[in-house]
Design a protein. Structure first.
Length: 300
């Protein structure tokens, strides 16, 4: 039986974090100290940083009981973000649940490239953006929050994920600039005022069936499979996007797709084979992995 969180109120925040970090390490929970801090800060209704100025404070019995329950679930590899119902991405907070993927730091590379394109690589007064597979809405919202001259169509084929995205759009007061569309990629997407989009971005499913079976159980057992796995080589959805984007992308418009750390060359080959694309580039993430494929639509 897994060890129990201490029952008495004699346990300070400092001692609780030390105990939980050790417990999570033994249970092979990723980022054990970080997860312990997330859960305890959530229970106490404070920021993680605040824990460090309250080290000797002892949670009350009600708080300790809630914390104990969350620690037991997290120790069984349920994601801390789903337990707290929130995640942070690109310096913004997002509501999340098991209907959508948890935003990850790797995807910030995609957002940073999209923001740079909107600010510096197009001269239109309003940049029409299409976000395919929006999930929690984190990519669309991060772009809109940082570039006010954008209007974004955020697409997902999961009604439940779109409801979570809609909640996040409202929380960031972006309802007037981000429109939700339930669609299997381009199927239900109405083209913009100009008939096309200036930028298409996507963090699509890209995990191969073989790699999916090897994923950490925190991901495999809790996050939506349809948002992760994409066929034998992980490229099924990316192939569809590249094949159909020609009909939705403006002249000199950009397309950016997040990829797995080991997919740069096969995805670049797909981009190179698309006659309508030029200036194909592999963008590396902070760890030096090819993380985003970027290209420009040729003039018609």
């Amino acid at each position: 039986m897994a060890p129990q969180v201490p029952q008495t109120s004699e346990w300070s925040i400092k001692r609780l974090l030390e105990w939980t970090s050790e417990h999570f390490t033994k249970a092979e929970v990723q980022q054990p100290r970080f997860c312990a801090e997330l859960l305890l800060a959530h229970v106490l209704g404070c920021q993680r940083i605040d824990l460090y100025v309250k080290f000797e404070t002892c949670p009350d019995e009600s708080q300790l009981r809630r914390y104990r329950e969350m620690v037991q679930r997290c120790g069984a590899h349920e994601p801390a973000a789903y337990l707290t119902g929130k995640a942070h991405f690109f310096s913004l907070e997002f509501a999340v649940n098991s209907d959508c993927l948890i935003p990850r730091p790797e995807t910030e590379t995609l957002v940073a490239q999209a923001i740079d394109f909107c600010r510096h690589q197009t001269h239109r007064p309003t940049v029409d953006v299409l976000d395919l597979g929006t999930g929690s809405g984190c990519v669309a919202i991060a772009i809109a929050a940082n570039v006010v001259e954008t209007e974004i169509i955020a697409v997902d084929n999961s009604h439940a994920a779109l409801e979570m995205a809609r909640k996040n759009v409202e929380a960031h007061a972006l309802q007037g600039r981000i429109t939700m569309v339930e669609s299997d990629l381009f199927a239900e997407v109405a083209k913009g005022e100009k008939g096309v989009f200036d930028l298409i971005v996507s963090n699509p499913p890209y995990i191969s069936s073989g790699e999916y079976a090897k994923l950490d159980r925190t991901i495999r057992d809790y996050e939506p499979k349809e948002a992760l796995q994409a066929g034998a080589d992980g490229l099924d959805v990316i192939r569809r996007i590249v094949a159909d984007a020609e009909n939705y992308l403006a002249d000199d418009g950009g397309i950016m797709i997040e990829i797995a750390y080991n997919q740069a060359e096969p995805v670049k080959a797909l981009f190179d084979e698309a006659d309508y694309l030029t200036d194909v580039n592999i963008i590396q993430d902070d760890l030096g992995h090819g993380r985003v494929l970027k290209a420009i639509r040729k003039d018609s």
